[in-house]
Design a protein around this ligand. Structure first.
Ligand code: ATP
Length: 464
């Protein structure tokens, strides 16, 4: 029986999430012991599990459950010319202003009422455009030409590999290339925990289509991605589709629809689905002659590719259009944590925090608790069950022998473990061995046989 009185009657603050993440080992400030690097975070033992689970769910839906998408893992270090011809060198900028009073720096477009967000002064400089790309020196010679960029989006690695993938897989348009990986942006004002950071991961699909079919594909992908987030557990009432105005569009886009999520700090972009037209492939095709510029530091560069596909009759070649669903993995993790975070008052007057994650996303799939830590028979059985369940390949199964069973339940509720399995003295009573299985959300406990456990657990891990 559930002993919940009131469910989620609590207003969520970002601090609730930040403190849970630190306390339980999801996410830490990077370089914490040296005072921290602003806008850079590390994922701890539970955070990496949650993040990997979300990545895997995306990869499964993109690459394994369809037959028109190939995977890729391209380099983080990007050729300077790639980012020149993608338009990023000239246009990937944000307007920055300085406060003349307190010297704080901020993004002009995020300032409210023309006042410094740090001290409230209106004495601000005129905006200057600031390029968000990180530069790094490449190779042993340090001079003005020998730098590369850390990619600001994973997409360009997909475009520059377009021909490689097309030729090696014999794909025909329409088809897509999916990639998950790090991207770097030197944000002027990183903020809101892992929402706006300088190092993050993206889950990006570039889906290549015939010109003229692009608008239809764009609509399809918007719907597909919106429903995917709902399948990950996000509530419809916290999601919104927003069409970007023409003046907001990125330099490459003909139309963009953003999926907004109601984060603790407000409704903001979780994923953008852009119609990038033939901008990128076209630009990389046209600009091959510019490779001479790079030849100063990289001799023997080839420059012979036209990034085109052939029509079905193999008569003409054309530059495909691209539909791009681009999701932030870190923003996804934040949304999933915010959605799942729940405070409940219990009948006995206490409160519990429970992270209501879908089982396929939970960092720990089940915790196995020996009721008596000094009883050899109970301990051995609990360890044996842990090993058996671990072999199912669902993810982490935790053997939990710290503190009493009540504390173990609370600890696991807080990190979203869907089930706790308790081995006790009754396990060995009767003809068959039994355990108690306790469900995280309802706190209902049932008695089942040990042999039924694997099958019972597996059936909860289906995504839908
Ligand atoms: P924003 O307007 O919030 O700066 P954007 O429109 O520049 O985002 P895109 O270039 O469309 O973002 O990038 C695709 C996705 O990558 C975004 O939907 C977001 O989830 C993620 N993303 C972009 N910038 C960041 C960042 N600084 N930190 C974390 N995730 C980011």
């Amino acid at each position: 029986m559930s002993n919940t009185l009131a469910e989620n009657n609590h207003t969520l603050s970002m601090n609730d999430i930040v403190s849970l993440c630190k306390r339980r080992g999801f996410i830490f400030q990077s370089s914490d012991i040296y005072g921290g690097l602003q806008g850079v975070y590390d994922y701890g033992p539970l955070g990496i599990e949650l993040k990997n689970n979300l990545k895997n769910a995306w990869w499964r839906s993109m690459v394994y459950e369809r037959d028109d998408i190939e995977g890729l893992d391209s380099s983080i270090i990007a050729h300077r010319l790639t980012l020149k011809h993608s338009g990023h060198e000239d246009t990937f900028t944000d307007p920055m202003v300085d406060c003349k009073e307190c010297k704080a720096r901020m993004r002009e477009d995020l300032i409210k009422d023309g006042k410094c967000e740090n001290c409230g002064s209106s004495n601000l400089t005129d905006p200057r455009m600031f390029n968000l790309m990180f530069k790094a020196n490449f190779g042993p010679v340090e001079n003005d030409d020998s730098f590369i960029y850390l990619r600001p989006e994973t997409a360009q690695g997909i475009f520059t590999n377009f021909k490689n993938v097309l030729d090696s897989t014999s794909r025909k348009i329409p088809f897509g290339i999916a990639q998950i990986g790090k991207a770097f942006r030197n944000e002027i004002t990183p903020r809101n925990f892992i929402f706006r950071v300088r190092e993050f991961e993206q889950m990006e699909l570039e889906f290549f289509v015939e010109p003229g079919t692009d608008e239809e594909w764009h609509d399809k992908w918007v719907q597909e991605r919106y429903h995917w987030w709902i399948r990950q557990g996000l509530n419809k009432k916290n999601l919104k589709l927003e069409h970007q105005d023409k003046n907001e569009l990125a330099h490459y886009a003909k139309a963009t629809v953003d999926i907004l999520y109601e984060f603790p700090h407000g409704a903001e972009e979780l994923e953008g689905i852009a119609n990038r037209t033939d901008f990128d492939l076209g630009s990389h095709s046209k600009n091959q002659e510019d490779l001479n510029l790079w030849a100063k530091v990289q001799p023997n560069q080839d420059s012979n590719q036209k990034l085109v596909a052939q029509d079905n009759q193999k008569q003409n070649s054309y530059v495909p259009y691209v539909i791009e669903p681009s999701a932030g993995l870190d923003r996804g993790v934040l949304a999933i944590l915010a959605e799942g975070f729940t405070k409940e008052k219990l009948e006995n007057g206490t409160e519990r925090i429970v992270l209501k994650l879908k089982p396929h996303l939970a960092p720990i799939k089940a915790a196995v608790i020996p009721l008596a830590k000094n009883n050899e028979q109970i301990v051995q059985k609990a360890k044996e069950i842990t090993r058996t369940l671990a072999k199912l390949g669902l993810g982490r199964i935790r053997y939990e022998d710290v503190g009493n069973v009540g504390k173990a339940y609370r600890r696991n509720d807080e990190v979203g473990t869907p089930f706790c399995i308790t081995v006790d003295f009754d396990t060995f009573e009767g003809d068959t061995e039994t355990v108690t299985i306790r469900h995280r959300d309802t706190m209902i406990q049932e008695r089942i046989t040990v042999s039924e456990l694997p099958e019972t657990i597996v059936k909860y891990y289906n995504i839908d």
